[in-house]
Design a protein around this ligand. Structure first.
Ligand SMILES: [Zn+2]
Ligand SMILES: [Zn+2]
Length: 563
């Protein structure tokens, strides 16, 4: 890095929603903003969590002077327990984020992480960066934009934000502070693109409260409401609505209870009634309780999934009960959620979602709000982040139409020079994804996952051969199939395939018969032919060869008393 350059490098979150990891470079030093995770899809079977690959900054961790967290959402701070040890830098955040982080670090038994608590509006220094967190409204308390002041220009990193005149809990977006920062002159704005495709505004938490008040007020049976545990304003809404409707509240799911504790510790949720424990709540009449549950995205191990499957230790739903999904149906997650909705509906439970009732507003800005932000900040350079390619591309066009002179569409690993002008991608640095597998981290591109996908789609055929040193079969080939071909469907199929394998081994030239790899190749081809596998069926055909040498052979014959 040249000393007279101001750089920006996203290692995660540019071209995807999730696993945010941003770097700013100046004077040979780096500042990290956020370090998040995402959840795996069906491309990574058996995997839950994915993380950004930090190897670029890990290789220069002595130049990494700190990590600022904009807020306590998993996609912004969830990777800390897994990656901090590789980076070992101090962390800066506000009280609520620190309270949630502490619980997370305790659970993963990670000790010695230095966490500096700062207040919004306070100026603090990290290496060459003069930093200030500016309050923004979002779907979690204490979300912030980060204002960076440097000799080469100022940067606003918006983090996740929205405008809401009545967020009910947590701060209003600090429009005065943003406007004032804009007046100071802003070189670059790196901004949230999640809802760039949505016109208008994102709506107010107060309107959701009114709607839920009306909706829950008219229920006469058991009500379960699920939302993201971190949406403390929505939890407060649930608790206040319940009180107004003569219901007690019980929270199920570990992350729900953890988040409520963290919120109370730093002063939120003070003027609401206490929550009941699950057992006491389970003994009350159905219409006297509002259950708050985790699992609004159908997460396999979350409380709601277990409740729907009838596997929850305290809460059993009955026909006529109501489940309200006070949350977004996250794109890409529809199938999982609809399966959960279907299983509830089949059990006679009424399911209410954002598709049929007004039960949710987004925590991210729509187009009118984003336009407003550009009017306040007036950056010379715009860099859209926190979005898939389609979001970043649209955000670029949007910023251009608003008259931003330079807009850069980035991908993870792009090193952007912000100053001196002109802004441009000057280098590509290594990037990628890691996955948590058996408590270790491996690359998401690892062969392991290609094999797993192939097993899922095509199954496997196992062939066991016992050969002597010269390649003669000493026993009939063993054959089993898993998820590939139904061996029992066709009488005689198994024997036919075994014969084909025998023929293939016997047909080998003398030299080929000495080479295990050549034997495997011929046997695989014979199995494909004998099963009449079409080109689209590609089971993994695994051939295991055991060679018995003369000595081993004589030993066996001895034992059998055949000599
Ligand atoms: Zn986010
Ligand atoms: Zn967020």
């Amino acid at each position: 890095m040249r000393r007279d350059e101001l750089l920006f490098v996203p290692l995660g979150g540019a071209g995807e929603i999730g696993l945010n990891l941003n770097l700013y470079g100046l004077g040979g030093q780096w500042l990290m903003v956020d370090l998040g995770i995402s959840f795996a899809d069906e491309m990574l079977p058996g995997v839950e969590i994915i993380l950004p690959d930090p190897r670029f900054i890990e290789g220069r961790s002595e130049d990494l002077c700190g990590l600022v967290l904009t807020h306590a959402h998993e996609d912004h701070f969830g990777a800390i327990p897994y990656l901090w040890q590789r980076l070992r830098c101090p962390i800066w955040c506000t009280r609520f984020t620190a309270a949630v982080l502490r619980r997370k670090l305790d659970e993963s038994h990670l000790k010695g992480v230095p966490v500096n608590i700062v207040a919004p509006g306070e100026r603090f220094r990290i290496g060459p960066f003069d930093c200030e967190l500016i309050q923004v409204t979002h779907s979690i308390p204490e979300a912030h934009a980060l204002a960076l002041r440097t000799p080469l220009g100022n940067v606003l990193h918006t983090g996740d934000w929205k405008l809401d005149p009545a967020p009910l809990l947590g701060a209003l977006t600090g429009t005065d502070a943003l406007e004032a920062f804009g007046h100071e002159g802003v070189l670059a704005m790196v901004g949230d693109s999640t809802n760039i495709l949505n016109p208008g505004t994102s709506g107010s938490e107060a309107e959701v409260r009114d709607s839920l008040m009306e909706l829950i007020g008219r229920q006469t049976t058991r009500v379960v409401m699920t939302t993201f545990a971190s949406n403390v304003a929505r939890l407060e809404t649930a608790i206040k609505v319940a009180a107004a409707c003569g219901r007690e509240v019980a929270a199920v799911g570990r992350s729900m209870r953890r988040m409520i504790d963290a919120a109370r510790e730093v002063g939120y949720l003070q003027d609401v009634p206490d929550l009941l424990d699950e057992r006491t709540a389970a003994e009350l009449p159905r219409d006297r309780v509002l259950w708050l549950s985790t699992g609004c995205q159908g997460e396999p191990r979350a409380a709601l999934t277990r409740i729907a499957a009838g596997q929850h230790p305290t809460l059993a739903l009955e026909p006529g009960d109501v489940v309200i999904f006070s949350s977004k149906i996250i794109p890409g997650n529809e199938r999982t959620l609809y399966n959960l909705h279907n299983s509830l509906i089949r059990a006679g439970i009424e399911v209410i979602t954002e598709e049929d009732h007004f039960v949710h507003v987004s925590g991210h800005p729509c187009r009118d709000e984003i336009e407003q932000m550009y009017r306040w900040i007036k950056p010379r350079i715009a860099i859209p982040v926190h979005g898939e390619a389609r979001h970043l591309h649209e955000h670029r066009a949007f910023a251009r139409r608003l008259g931003v002179p330079e807009v850069i569409e980035v991908r993870n690993g792009d090193m952007v020079r912000l100053a001196p002008a002109p802004a441009e991608v000057v280098e590509e640095v290594p990037t990628g994804r890691l996955v948590l597998e058996n408590d270790g981290l491996i690359a998401a591109g690892d062969d392991l996952f290609r094999t797993r996908r192939r097993l899922m789609a095509h199954g496997t055929v196992l062939v066991g051969l016992v050969l002597d040193a010269y390649g003669t079969l000493l026993a009939a080939p063993q054959l089993s199939t898993f998820g590939a071909v139904g061996l029992d469907q066709e009488p005689g199929l198994k024997v036919g395939v075994q014969n084909a394998i025998e023929d293939a081994v016997e047909a080998l030239e003398d030299e080929a018969a000495l080479d295990d790899e050549q034997i495997r190749g011929s046997v695989r081809a014979a199995v494909r032919r004998a099963f009449r596998l079409v080109r689209e069926r590609r089971p993994i055909i695994e051939v295991q060869i055991t060679r018995l040498g003369r000595e081993a052979l004589e030993g066996l014959l001895d034992e059998a008393g055949a000599v």
